[in-house]
Design a protein around this ligand. Sequence first.
Ligand SMILES: C[S@@+](CC[C@H](N)C(=O)[O-])C[C@H]1O[C@@H](n2cnc3c(N)ncnc32)[C@H](O)[C@@H]1O
Length: 248
Amino acid sequence: MPELSIKPKEGCSLRKPTVCQSFQRLLTTAVREIDIAGQTLKIHELGDVYDSLTGRAFTGSWIWDSALLLSRWLATSQFDLRDKFVIELGAGAGLPGLTAALLGASRVLLTDIAPLLPGLVKNVEANELEDRVEVRELVWGSEESLSRIGELRRFDVVLLSDVFFDLEEVAALGRTLKKVSGNKTRVLAASEVRFWTGECLNELASQGFKVVEVPIQEDGSDGGRDIFAVYSIIPPDEEECQKNTSGS
Ligand SMILES: C[S@@+](CC[C@H](N)C(=O)[O-])C[C@H]1O[C@@H](n2cnc3c(N)ncnc32)[C@H](O)[C@@H]1O
């Protein structure tokens, strides 16, 4: 097993003094129990899946605080997930998508890069949600993995949690977001607000998305704190989407 290296994230600076998530992270395999709307989700966090190129654990191996925030927001807001077809991009351990299934979504696709898929399958099985939740590989910007999804533009809801960390990745994410979103799709994203978050949101805006911050409870009862935000991301209209993505 590669040596564990637990360092603060490069450039990790926050608006108020706090400890970076990766600093706190203990890379052990654990099962967390998360209460959502009176039910409990069991989420396995993985301590044994490493990127062979960097020797580091994949960032999607554990639940990020943004995922907790998005799940609590879904459970406590008036947002109606009943009978909805939902996709989560960069799902990691899959908490928001599994929450959507618990809250009545009829079908959920949890997607991420290939090494994280066995962990996602484990979490679907741990919660006995196999009848409603599927796990698929979806690499942002990859036409090949998009072609395997096959149900583009049919999703009612797209969930994103802590995926605004790198400008190039966000550019690719935006291209994929256009392919999975129809003009009635609601895209909800939770993020820790870091120095580069604005730049990432600007990249989405430059691709024609409108980004609106959604109010979260000041008292933190939905998990919100002032270094986190939930955004509603409105895709460009469908005609515009097709124009911009044809041939890309
Ligand atoms: C910071 S983690 C967040 C994980 C999870 N959404 C959460 O909030 O707990 C970022 C996630 O984005 C995924 N990701 C990064 N780049 C990606 C790409 N190019 N295609 C697909 N997923 C990607 C990572 O594998 C990881 O699961």
